[in-house]
Design a protein around this ligand. Structure first.
Ligand code: DAH
Length: 335
């Protein structure tokens, strides 16, 4: 009998190590602990033990049962903790769709513009969104009574700090720390105190451009910007330059392209003109060079600026600028 107890103890100790699933654990339980299991069988043969031996053998049997039960319970706890006790995955369930994410339409347009200018040799610069009057207006040759300097149009933070109304002050900041030759584009956010509606927002993005060197001419401006337009909008698009005024350039022009909504016939988007204005540009005014200490006799340059939202609205056929800033996934996931 003692030998039998030792043997069952040894078998149980060895077999519990093989158990790695709830099913295996149940087989272990049936083999050793169930009503007709090996331990119960030993208890059955207790009848044949001489009466004098019974107390000692009975005690050994009780210890065996406790020992085997302990093996079983510890393994059961291990299996639950490792997760093997849970139900196996149902491989027939439909998969979960994961939204891969996408770039914001403004980022896409901006990246494309950057890539084209970088391929033409432009570097990228940026400047602060909180500006002073000097960089946003004064150094750019805005007269003291210019309407943009009015609280109606510009967000002032205090008497001299304001949210920049365009990216042109970055031109000044670049020229303050660098000498020509300069070929930079300067993308960023700008702010205007405007009523918010489908067409205008209090914040939007611009890309500024500046090229300064000896002998830079209006032909360089045209060549560069026409190359950009053909690359960005396609080679067959028609464009035109129209004279206009900016305080910081002279002469100045706005560039228009054929309205691609109507092909130039006239529609709601182009206000029946057949043309869309896409950027402002001009030759840097000598007064601007004087602000940054450049010799205006020695250097000439051109500058340009364009709004990104407008380009993205047109390109993707979006009819409300506010959609860009609402972070509605139903809108964003379309790009
Ligand atoms: N700063 C102008 C604006 O916000 C855009 C602009 C026009 C920038 C002509 C320029 C430029 O650099 O030469 O409307």
């Amino acid at each position: 009998m003692d030998a039998d107890i030792q043997e069952i103890r040894g078998r149980a100790t060895a077999e519990i190590d093989q158990v790695s699933s709830p099913e295996g654990l149940d087989r272990f339980r049936v083999t050793f602990l169930a009503r007709k299991g090996l331990v119960a069988q030993l208890f059955e043969s207790l009848k044949t033990v001489p009466p004098a031996e019974k107390p000692r053998v009975g005690k050994a049997l009780n210890e065996l049962r406790e020992y085997v039960q302990g093996l079983h319970d510890r393994r059961a706890a291990d299996l639950t903790a490792s997760g093997a006790g849970r139900h196996a995955p149902d491989l027939t369930l439909p998969g979960r769709t994961r939204f891969a994410g996408s770039r914001h339409p403004l980022t896409r347009v901006l990246d494309e513009i950057k890539e084209i200018f970088v391929s033409m040799g432009f570097a990228i610069a940026d400047g602060p969104e909180i500006e002073d009057d000097y960089h946003n207006f004064g150094a750019l040759n805005f007269p003291p009574d210019h309407p943009a300097r009015d609280m109606q149009d510009t967000f002032f933070l205090d008497a001299n700090a304001l949210l920049r109304t365009h990216t042109s002050p970055v031109q000044i900041r670049v020229m303050e720390v660098m000498q020509p030759p300069i070929r930079h584009i300067m993308p960023g956010k700008v702010y205007r105190n405007e009523a918010i509606n489908a067409r205008s927002y209090c914040m939007f993005h611009q890309v500024e451009g500046l090229c300064v060197d000896r002998g830079v001419t209006f032909s360089d401006l045209k060549g560069t910007l026409i190359a950009f337009i053909k690359e960005f909008y396609g080679p067959s698009l028609k464009y035109r330059f129209r004279p206009t005024f900016f305080p910081f350039t002279e002469p100045s022009a706005d560039i228009y392209i054929t309205c691609f909504m109507c092909g130039g016939r006239g529609c709601r988007i182009c206000k029946q003109s057949g043309w869309l204005e896409i950027l402002g540009c001009g030759m840097v005014d000598p007064a601007v060079f004087r602000s940054v200490g450049y010799d205006a006799e020695r250097y000439t340059g051109y500058a340009f600026g364009m709004g990104i939202e407008r380009i993205a609205l047109l390109r993707y056929g979006i009819d409300d600028i506010r959609l860009f800033f609402q972070n509605d996934v139903r809108f964003l996931s379309q790009f």
